[in-house]
Ligand binder design. Structure first.
Ligand code: ADP
Ligand code: MG
Length: 310
């Protein structure tokens, strides 16, 4: 691997021993991707960088746990960048990413695959089409399990098997035992409000290293907004960073729901503010999506103090 490729890893400021693990795994994974038949498609499923950590430990601890082969659980409110972080890790480790969402992929088929009838030389044959969990385990890729706390009782044994330190799973569809490739890694995510406990069963929780993923704030947020939103006006960017901080505080007090402080909604507001008065941008991107009058009022009050006269 040449130097420019190591540059993003060097920037992480990892301890030497972790850096070496990461660099080795990245180079092994890159070699594995290069030598497969569908290396083009696989490369496309590697995530892109761009996660801005709220503090450096969020990223370095996730890298460290993954480099040690541990399962990582990202917990944080909606729109805090959990999926973005998983994609960034996929990029750093050069691992193709297979995603499942436990609140959508409820049945075994969507995790493990299904059987289908096909014809070969005129003879009917049963083919097995591999699901994302099996693909990731067999090829040594990254499995991203979103909303893992929403897994139904019938899919829990599958997920537990995947997370087991033996990395072994009996596929009920084929009757075969799958043992994961050594490169296989698991990241799961839960949407967790600022208030409330982790809604997950103990057996599941036990199998993870948990990493809190709060909303990015302050200077890193300013940089992020400047990079990913259309807004370039410094004064307005400052005001939106302050708005985010005020909204996060209100969420903490239970006055408004998590979604109101989502970075996704904030980016939308910044985009609109290039073309609309900022107050109306906030109305459309944040306020109008809230259900209760008092919540809308709370956000409006905060925004008015920041944008009055703008
Ligand atoms: N810390 C962050 N760094 C980079 N982008 C972020 C960050 N937090 C939020 N975002 C942006 O906000 C949007 C929502 O992030 P996402 O990863 O989907 O959140 P989550 O999975 O936690 O709901 C994405 O478009 C992402 O670009
Ligand atoms: Mg997500």
């Amino acid at each position: 691997m040449n130097q420019p490729e190591l540059e993003p890893l060097l920037q992480l400021g990892l301890p030497n021993s972790v850096f070496e693990l990461l660099a080795q795994q990245r180079s092994d994974n890159a070699a594995a991707v290069r030598t497969t038949d569908d290396s083009h498609a696989l490369s496309a499923s590697i995530g892109r960088p761009g996660y801005a950590p709220p503090n450096p430990a969020v990223l370095t601890d996730a890298v460290t746990a993954l480099a040690l082969g541990k399962n990582v659980l990202l917990k944080g409110p909606t729109g805090s960048g959990k999926t973005k972080l998983a994609e960034h890790l996929s990029y750093l480790f050069h691992l193709p990413m297979h995603s499942v969402n436990c609140s959508v992929d409820l049945d075994l088929e969507s995790l493990l695959g299904f059987k289908t009838l096909s014809h070969r030389s005129g003879q009917p044959e049963i083919d097995y089409v591999e699901g994302p969990v099996v693909s990731a385990m067999r090829q040594g890729h990254l499995l991203y399990i979103d909303e893992v706390n929403m897994a139904k009782p019938e899919t829990l044994p599958v997920i537990n098997g995947v997370l087991d330190y033996r990395r072994r799973l009996t596929n009920p569809l084929t009757g075969t035992v799958i043992t994961a490739h050594p490169g296989f890694r698991v990241i799961a995510a839960v949407n967790l409000g600022y208030v409330g406990t982790l809604p997950m069963n103990e057996a599941l929780k036990n199998r993870f290293i948990a990493i809190d993923v709060p909303y990015v704030q302050g200077e890193p947020l300013r940089e992020l907004l400047r990079q990913i939103s259309l807004l370039k006006n410094d004064k307005l960017l400052d005001a939106f960073v302050q708005l985010s901080s005020d909204l996060v505080a209100q969420v903490g007090l239970g006055l408004i729901p998590d979604e109101a402080a989502s970075i996704r909604a904030l980016v939308d507001a910044c985009d609109l503010a290039v073309y609309l008065p900022p107050m109306r941008a906030v109305e459309r991107a944040i306020v109008d999506k809230l259900e209760e009058d008092r919540e809308r009022l709370a956000v409006r009050n905060v925004a008015e103090t920041l944008f009055s006269g703008a």
